[in-house]
Unconditional design. Sequence first.
Length: 497
Amino acid sequence: MRTVGHFIGGKHVKGSSGRFADVYQPMTGDVQAQVALGTKAELRAAVENAKAAQPAWAATNPQRRARVFMKFLELVARDNDEMAELLAREHGKTFPDAKGDILRGVEVVEFALGVPHLMKGEYTEGAGPGIDLYSIRQPLGVVAGITPFNFPAMIPMWQFAPAIACGNAFILKPSERDPGVPMKLAELMLEAGLPPGILNVVNGDKEVVDAILDDQDISAVGFVGSSSIAQYIYERAAATGKRAQCFGGAKNHMIVMPDADMDQAVDALVGAGYGAAGERCMAVSVAVPVGKTTADRLMEKLVPRVENLKIGPSMDPSADFGPLVTKAALERVKNYVEIGVKEGATLAVDGRGFKMQGYENGFYMGGCLFDNVTKDMRIYKEEIFGPVLSVVRAHDFDEALRLPSEHEYGNGVAIFTRDGDSAREFAAKVNVGMVGINVPIPVPVAYFSFGGWKRSGFGDLNQYGTDSVRFYTKTKTVTARWPSGVKEGADFAMPTS
Ligand code: NAD
């Protein structure tokens, strides 16, 4: 059986703990590989390698650093199909969706090519008599990233591309559920010319994560995953003085106004609600039609669409979505559906009984659709992370605005309307980090930045975009005066301009 170890100092390392986690093939239910669960000592070895390699990398001029990423992009293009297939087989998402996972990461690598410009500092001539001031951005040193299972290509690239482009060395702790692609990305970075030790991968679970959090040589941690772990990482990282940005779970609402194009809204809801089996942090999990007529029209069109979703193995080109990532995830989602029924929501479409012919042990379920969901229900309050959409009927615009604004998560939200006024007011007032206007999954392009609010994001800087350059660098400000500008005598008062 295939085993996945670690990648430390540019070399594959088997792993010494004797502890392994199974990596499933969700479409068949088989165990396809085992991933080594790392130790504190293995993390330490990665840190030592990173520390040794980082100063020379930081001293490499930024244009040369960018060139490594240019080569990396060529290699990703060369191996794209192979990587997308590996991703689909480990995660369960469809092959085209796996390609999208890689591409949205690639876009951030493309952004990072601009690092010579992005790292430029500021300069003021004559800030005082004979005094010039300038600020420079310097890398932090060794930084780490802990990533979730649901985007095993995109999120590692969101983190390591800006971090490394800025001159840091990076330690990646990917999800133990689909470790194949992150490892492949590290191999390609080495092949592209990255010096050994600048990108290390240490696989594992809480033991490695805690070792990262407590390590005094790691200056910053980026985390993406569920909210309770995000908060834990944020607090423990801060306790050792690290910078941290930790992104968590979500409950993304899509408001459907009475004037919305209903066919477009329904297309958006099935794609954004059920794509990737709902295992996206930006998946729409709550639809909010405004007014009874809108709700009835929406349900009339939505029910047959959900009933006719095509579920299939990841490599089936006609599948709308594939299996869930593990049996435990499947059972958890089905349990939420049961909870919703008990709470009194109307289960308009029940996909729990779906069986995939020829793949009876795969982790499949059909789409589920709840109507008449209310604010107090657990299926509304908690993240389900599966192909389950809840319809919460709002009486008016104000109630529709309050729902996502008052929810504990604040990742993404969308409004479907033809009315510019309501869209503008909604975007201005809603208490959520990323807003779509007739766009159901408003993941910003790479030169903006990605980040949710409230329990969807801990920390003050977003992922990628110029925020990532700020996160992975520290600013040094130099105040300079040359001897000809120095007046005679000591100055005991606070200097003022
Ligand atoms: P997860 O929280 O279970 O795992 C994320 C990472 O944390 C993994 O690397 C895992 O090994 C590690 N981890 C798990 N338990 C830990 C513990 N007790 N202590 C220390 N480390 C631990 O999340 P997941 O199931 O892999 O991913 C799905 C979640 O990620 C969803 O909640 C989803 O909304 C969220 N997500 C958020 C974003 C975002 O940008 N906000 C993006 C993608 C996914």
